[in-house]
Design a protein. Structure first.
Lengths: 109, 113
């Protein structure tokens, strides 16, 4: 399977804290993407980082990519209760998007 | 950016029956993708739907079970045939938007009883 791994599987933090989620993949990629899913609904695209990029920011989100280790991390700073959701990494190469197993984030107010 | 209208949003179906899920995109796209998300799991690609040709199915998925139509560049359907409780999942369609990643429909939550 080309499916990547994510850790932790579940993360519970207090509002205001930072949340870090990690993702590993197995194949060569063109880009790596992070998505958010609220309560089993449709996915929302958060950020895309290309294989030649090492770090990218978008608002309170910071994504890093280490292609030598085939890994990526998503950092959410100053978390809010509304950030509670499942977060998935997904990579794209010569195949359509392949998703990791996801991290369930709970932010407690 | 593309907007996808997916329906139905949810359904409860009897085993042995079939359900057709529709996705309408507000712009023309070459490829549409169909995913399945089993309870508590991640997304798994079922097939890629190209307009004017047969869909390309991933390992473990077959056309007889998940027939797909792609009559034009803005519309696609996925049918879940001869359903069993194991087919209970969320089904999602999506399109690629280049640098903006993929846009997903809101999903169809299927329960088979």
């Amino acid at each position: 399977s080309q499916q990547g791994e994510e850790d932790p599987q579940a993360l519970s933090i207090q509002e205001g804290e930072n949340a870090t989620m990690n993702c590993s993949y197995k194949t060569s990629i063109n880009n790596l993407q992070w998505y958010r899913q609220n309560s089993g609904r449709g996915l929302v695209h958060l950020i895309l980082i290309r294989s030649n990029e090492r770090e990218k920011h978008s608002g309170r989100l910071r994504v890093t990519l280490d292609t030598s280790k085939k890994s990526s991390s998503l950092l959410i700073t100053a978390s809010r209760a509304a950030d509670t959701a499942s977060y998935f990494c997904a990579h794209s190469g010569n195949t359509p998007l392949v998703f990791g197993k996801g991290t369930r984030l709970s932010v407690i107010a | 950016s593309a907007v996808i209208s997916q329906k139905p949003s949810r359904d409860i179906c009897q085993r042995g029956t079939s359900l057709t899920i529709q996705c309408q995109v507000d712009s023309q796209v070459t490829m549409m993708f169909w995913y399945r998300q089993q309870p508590g799991q991640s997304l798994t690609l079922i097939a890629t739907a190209n307009q004017g040709s047969e869909a390309t199915y991933e390992s473990g998925f077959v056309i007889d079970k998940f027939p797909i139509s792609r009559p034009n560049l803005t519309f696609s359907t996925l049918t879940v045939s001869n359903m069993s409780p194991e087919d209970s999942s969320i089904y999602l369609c999506s399109v690629e938007r280049g640098s903006y990643g993929y846009t997903f429909g809101s999903g169809t939550r299927l329960t088979v009883v």
